[in-house]
Write a protein of this length. Structure first.
Length: 423
């Protein structure tokens, strides 16, 4: 029987005990057969010499048999300490791409994983797994890209490198290191989108400005009345471009912060009351009343006050402008349960012409307009609902739209509830 380190675990009888046993045994033989006494004595002396000679220690089985040497299953403490010190998510993998260690940062980024399980159970991307498998097989390392869509969109660059083994042996473990490239990818995409959208939407007002400038420099050069009229139109077009650029920059900033967690708590009732007060001048100008009845309840959600003010200001402004014919906008708060989870709804309802059903699914797309001419006449940029959607995504909320032609529209922001208490 051997121990885990290959050493012999059998009981060893001391040589002195063997010698004493031999003396006793031969003594009995001499007493019984005196005629062979000198022969028994010679045998006794020989046996004693053999028993008392120093013996060479028996080497452990692992050293006696080279085939019994096995590959270590787990990394040593030095490797673990080095991996734990890395600021990025890091994993130690075996040759078979099973998880052998991970640092604390990786648990935050990728959630729980069980030691000894294949990494393919967590990273379900054939291209990514094939890349790290090839890098491990070549024992020279490599890199791969890994993209996630849920629960939030993340983009990673992974580096896999062999961890050198003692001597010239092949590496037993590989380091899989992730670096977050989400911000870089988002900035690149926003830059591309900004150029494409801005060039498209700015083309019309710029063409108008150029046309009026050429007219003022040419046929209308001495026409004072035409100059005043054209300058007024040019000012409107310049203001439209300014609003468009402001909305594009605002949308870009919102998308940059979309994955930043929210820690503050806000009261939706207080926010709706402030929005009603802010929108009162616009509503009065359009002949619309804004109805909202505050309650004693605290409708508490996780959120940012300024961002939620922007959400409901956009929704109320749209309701006043595009539902102007209904002469009334109603703000309402309610609560309910969906899928076993409590939620709070904050609704903005108008009684205008409503929206045809084929347009409703696309309302939150950038620059999508139901009626382009009407939108531009009301100084819309086509980005308001896209901004609302992205702000609500950051708040883990959804925008629900219900509209019926001739009956008006209701835009509802549905938030996960933290709790509603009564004063």
């Amino acid at each position: 029987m051997t121990t885990s380190d290959g050493s012999d675990n059998r009981r060893v009888v001391p040589a002195t005990r063997v010698a004493v046993a031999a003396v006793v045994g031969f003594g009995i033989v001499i007493l019984l057969e005196p005629s062979i006494g000198w022969k028994a004595l010679a045998g006794l002396v020989a046996l004693a010499i053999i028993c008392l000679l120093p013996q060479r220690p028996r080497p452990p089985k692992a050293l006696r048999d080279p085939q019994s040497r096995t590959t270590p299953t787990w990394p040593d403490d030095g490797v673990k300490a080095a991996v734990e010190a890395l600021p990025d998510p890091a994993f130690v993998l075996g040759r078979d791409l099973t998880l052998r260690y991970r640092n604390a940062v990786s648990a935050v980024a990728f959630g729980p994983l069980t030691m000894g399980d294949p990494v393919a159970l967590r990273f379900r991307s054939p291209e990514f797994l094939a890349a790290i498998e090839a890098a491990a097989a070549s024992q020279s390392g490599g890199s791969a890209l890994y993209d996630e869509k849920r629960p939030v969109e993340r983009h990673w660059e992974a580096q896999i490198a062999p961890i050198p083994a003692a001597g010239s042996a092949a590496p037993h473990f590989f380091l899989l290191l992730f670096r977050d490239r989400t911000a870089e990818r988002r900035v690149e995409r926003m830059r591309t989108d900004f150029v494409a959208n801005a060039s498209h939407e700015l083309r019309t007002p710029l063409a108008s400005l150029i046309g009026f400038i050429e007219t003022l420099q040419g046929p209308a050069k001495g026409d004072a009345a035409a100059r005043e009229r054209f300058l007024g139109i040019m000012r409107e077009q310049a203001a439209r471009m300014s609003r468009l650029i402001d909305d594009l920059l605002s949308l870009s900033r919102i998308e940059m912060k979309r994955n930043v967690p929210l820690t503050a708590h806000v009261d939706l009732g207080a926010i709706l009351a402030k929005v009603r007060e802010q929108m009162a001048p616009l509503a009065a100008e359009l002949g619309v009343t804004i109805d909202y009845t505050p309650s004693d309840r605290h409708w508490t959600v996780a959120g940012d006050t300024d961002e939620l003010m922007q959400v409901f200001a956009n929704l109320v402004e749209n309701a006043c402008k595009y539902g102007e014919s209904g002469k009334r906008v109603v703000l309402h708060l309610s609560e309910g349960v969906e899928g076993g989870r409590a939620f709070i709804d904050a609704s903005v309802q108008d009684f205008g012409p409503g929206i045809p059903p084929q347009h409703v699914p696309r309302l939150t797309e950038r620059f999508y307009r139901v009626d382009v001419g009407n939108s531009r006449a009301k100084r819309g940029t086509g980005l308001g609902l896209s901004i609302v959607r992205n702000l609500l995504l950051r708040h883990r909320a959804r925008l629900l739209i219900v509209s019926e032609p001739g009956q008006g529209s209701t835009f509802t922001a549905r938030f996960p509830a933290i709790g509603a208490t009564v004063d």
